[in-house]
Write a protein that binds this ligand. Sequence first.
Ligand code: ZN
Length: 233
Amino acid sequence: MDEVVALGPILRSFPEFNRFYNEERQKRIGFIRWFRDFEMPDGFSAYANNLECAVHYGKSPMSLEDAHIVAHEIMHLIRHQENDLLEIRYRPEFFDLVFRLTNMLEDPIVELFLQKNYDFDLKISYLSAINYCRKCVKKETNDELSRLINGVDLANYMLRWRLIDDVAAQNEWSSYLGWYKNLRPHSYEIADQIVRLVWIHGGAYGAETIENQKKVVAAMINLYPQIRSIISI
Ligand SMILES: [Zn+2]
């Protein structure tokens, strides 16, 4: 898909995206491949593939929420090209865990950048994620790996929600967390522990450098021995 065609509507409609496009996308990265996929992973409306330098998206970006998500994916590609990002080695059947883990480390950093520099309204997509999860999140199973994956995903949002200062939105988030904790007590506990590790080894808004990200993953391997045989850094 041609980039200008794919992004035309959001370039025309949203000044924050337009400014982001000129300052970051144009200046910091070369050719990006754009793929419209009819099948997307659960809960994702777009994702970046660093190795292909590509963004995969489900429906054509139109809304401010879509613009935020597109900018977010472009930032993943930029950070991957500019920095020597954390490489986690893993057995192929554990791709899902590693995919979510690297997102948990990178997402809060990307979001802070988009909010601080371009004033993207992050809460729009966070609130729609809550709506989506209220419909799809089921009771946790006894499987330790799936609890860990849940915990990593929730930790990602716990870190991102620290960037939101809107009171009504924060109330919505607290009520969601209460609901989640009741449904998945173990996954919730894991998320809480992971957030603490990120605070200790990174900072209040996440672990930005590869050194800090490595420390977080090493601490996780220590805390959850079951992943010791699955991933390494
Ligand atoms: Zn992301």
